[in-house]
Design a protein around this ligand. Structure first.
Ligand code: RB5
Length: 140
């Protein structure tokens, strides 16, 4: 997990819930509501996912956009910005997202939990979606 100040509260809530559910969490910060720059926390998490050191990531900022944009600079990262359960389901089923970006200022703690739970427990559908995912890094 990694967040800026805009996602800190939701990160703290979800970290506790996920640890209770049995997940091992590595927390890349931030550690308070003090204003910080989201790339400083998101880059280390995205780099670890990119190298295959971590399986899944959950990132946060106020809108979810800056965190997602930073993470998606890494070729092996597919970060989906999700504000409801249906988005989380689709970004797993169709995009094989390995990083979930949550907008800390736009979802409640309970909504955040439902979205994260869906993201972590929905399989990729493969098939035609695999061919599409494989084209994402084919820049022209
Ligand atoms: C911080 O105020 C805010 O800009 C940040 O959390 C995020 O929403 C950026 O995309």
């Amino acid at each position: 997990m990694a967040s800026d100040h805009g996602g800190y509260a939701l990160k703290t809530f979800l970290k506790e819930k996920l640890e209770k559910a049995g997940y091992t969490i590595i927390d890349f910060g931030t550690d308070s509501e003090e204003s910080v720059d989201y790339p400083d926390m998101i880059h280390p998490l995205a780099s670890a996912i990119n190298k295959g050191e971590l399986e899944r990531g959950i990132i946060f900022c106020g809108s979810g956009n800056g965190a997602q944009m930073t993470a998606n600079k890494y070729p092996n990262v597919r970060a989906g910005l999700c504000w409801d359960v249906e988005q989380a389901k689709l970004t797993r089923q169709h995009n094989d997202a390995n990083v979930l970006s949550l907008p800390g200022r736009f979802v409640t703690f309970e909504e955040g939990w439902e979205i994260a739970d869906t993201f972590l427990n929905t399989p990729f559908e493969g098939g035609r979606h695999l061919a599409r995912v494989n084209k994402i890094n084919q820049l022209i």
